[in-house]
Design a protein around this ligand. Structure first.
Ligand code: ACO
Length: 460
């Protein structure tokens, strides 16, 4: 018998304990006041000193999810990592995480790392769901982990950085269930954002092209999702945005997501038969001959749809941007930080039985739109959400550093990237309880980690 209602049984997020204020960063960078905060929609940006790397982020988030949910290492049959923060061209982050399992005699665990910019986490998640739904499944649970440190060279892209990690426990009879047959994917070759310089943490970015690629992938995935939805539910009266109670996006910066919601409405508008457009979308007749391809940077289309459908953004998406605006682009965890943000910002009762759409985008490019259904069992859902009660206190207990200090820490990371032997100098005292940190890198580039003691209940 195939397992039913496969989905997310538990979710855990971590983010850096230090941040820089985007208003202060505007002044420091000599950018015009409001460019990062209003123009990009960002409030704060989390960052890691040289004490944390992608391995330590993953060790922290995986330990936390296992401890908090009392999962024994032997209960995990698959562990997948999605990341684009590559510190070793051969050894996977997954193999580093095996330190948490092998000591308990648990080594029969499939899965390794997946990389394609910000999409790797979604690939890890899909692989985990697919395994549970496959003939290879042996009844155990899967863990999909996504983690990245998003840093850019000085310049226009720097304020769109961030960092974080998310772990998701996947199994049957979940409170958040993946809708079968409702995955729409678009992949193609593009040089919008990539990391060809393996000695540097920084990407090569064509900012404008990356936005165009993101929006065009959104168009394609959304239209394909609509088709699949219609095929699955042929009796549905209307197919479109209203099929989602909430719509979450990969969030490089919050303003792009606000524009994306307007873009989805614009797709619905163009897909509405011409004779019905004036009634369903009054006042928009002047766009009836517009096309998707000609409007990626069309201010009139963008502004009109953003203004006229501002309530759609408020209702379906705004709450999912909490972590993105406070921490920044986490890369692979970004869209899942949107899910956590929604879960901690919305009243659980109003999410029970709803459908949540997700759009995942990774430059280069790989993108998918899919949906998950929230269980109708209110008690089960409330219990699931209550495990996230640490998120807001943790967000509010972070330490603010000045842009000067942030910039100095970036220089230290930049200078010592791949240095060996190396002992990090970043503060350990500032890290949250239970955080794994890099102790040292020896002359053979072997990394060792230690952990900040946990507090009374084992987790922060
Ligand atoms: N007050 C208010 N708004 C302002 C101000 C101001 N003083 N100054 C500028 N703005 C607005 C601009 O009008 C613009 O908004 P608009 O596009 O709605 O008109 C916005 O702020 C940004 O200004 P730009 O001049 O367009 O910014 P710039 O080109 O310098 O950089 C960019 C923005 C391209 C996003 C850059 O930060 C970048 O390259 N980031 C990394 C790439 C990225 O995140 N791509 C997204 C998809 S790929 C991925 O996820 C990595």
């Amino acid at each position: 018998m195939w397992p039913e209602n496969v989905g997310i049984l538990a979710i855990e997020v971590i983010f850096p304990s230090q941040y820089v204020d985007q208003t202060e960063l505007e002044t420091f960078d000599g950018a015009s006041a409001g460019k990062y905060t209003i123009g990009l929609g960002q409030s704060k940006m989390g960052f890691c000193s040289d004490r944390e790397d992608v391995n330590s982020l993953c060790l922290t988030v995986v330990s936390r999810i296992l401890e908090k949910h009392h999962i024994k290492p032997s209960e995990i049959g698959r562990l997948e990592v999605g990341t684009e923060t590559i510190i070793d061209k051969s050894k996977s982050v997954k193999s580093v995480l095996m330190q948490l399992f092998a000591d308990h005699g648990a080594t029969d665990i499939e899965g390794i790392d997946t990389t394609n910019a910000c999409y790797g986490g979604t690939a890890a998640l899909f692989n985990s769901v697919n395994w549970i739904e496959s003939s290879s499944w042996d009844g155990r649970l899967a863990l999909a982990v996504c983690a990245d440190i998003a840093v850019y060279a000085k310049g226009a892209a720097r304020p769109t950085g961030g960092a974080g990690a998310i772990a998701m426990l996947i199994g049957p009879n979940a409170p958040l269930v993946f809708d079968r047959g409702l995955r729409a994917t678009h992949m193609e070759h593009a040089y919008d954002f990539y990391k060809p310089d393996l000695s540097s943490e920084y990407p090569t970015v064509d900012g404008k092209l990356s936005i165009q690629c993101y929006l065009s992938a959104l168009d394609t995935c959304y239209q394909l999702y609509r088709k699949k939805f219609q095929a699955k539910y042929p009796d549905t009266a209307k197919v479109g945005l209203e099929n989602f109670d909430a719509l979450l996006f990969h969030t490089p910066f919050c303003k792009l997501v606000q524009k994306s919601v307007a873009r989805v409405v614009f797709n619905d508008y163009l897909l509405t038969p011409e004779d019905k457009r004036s009634t369903l979308y009054p006042g928009l007749d002047k766009f009836s001959n517009s096309t998707l391809a000609s409007t990626y940077f069309d201010r009139d289309v963008e502004k009109t749809f953003m203004t006229q459908f501002a309530d759609v953004f408020e209702k379906k998406t705004k709450k999912s941007l909490l972590l993105a605006s406070q921490v920044g682009n986490m890369y692979t965890p970004s869209v899942y930080s949107g899910l956590v943000s929604l879960l901690v910002s919305e009243q659980p009762d109003s999410l029970v039985g709803t459908r949540i759409g997700l759009f995942s985008y990774g430059s280069g490019l790989a993108a998918s739109m899919y949906s998950i259904s929230v269980t109708k069992d209110a008690d089960c859902f409330k219990k699931f959400v209550s495990k996230l009660d640490y998120v807001l206190p943790m967000l509010n207990s972070r330490e603010k550093l000045s842009p000067e200090e942030f910039s100095q820490l970036m220089e230290i990371r930049e200078k010592n990237n791949h240095a060996a032997p190396y002992t990090p100098t970043g503060s350990v005292a500032v890290l949250f309880p239970g955080t794994y940190y890099l102790k040292e890198v020896d002359e053979l580039h072997r990394r060792t980690y230690e952990r900040v003691p946990t507090i009374s209940n084992g987790v922060h």
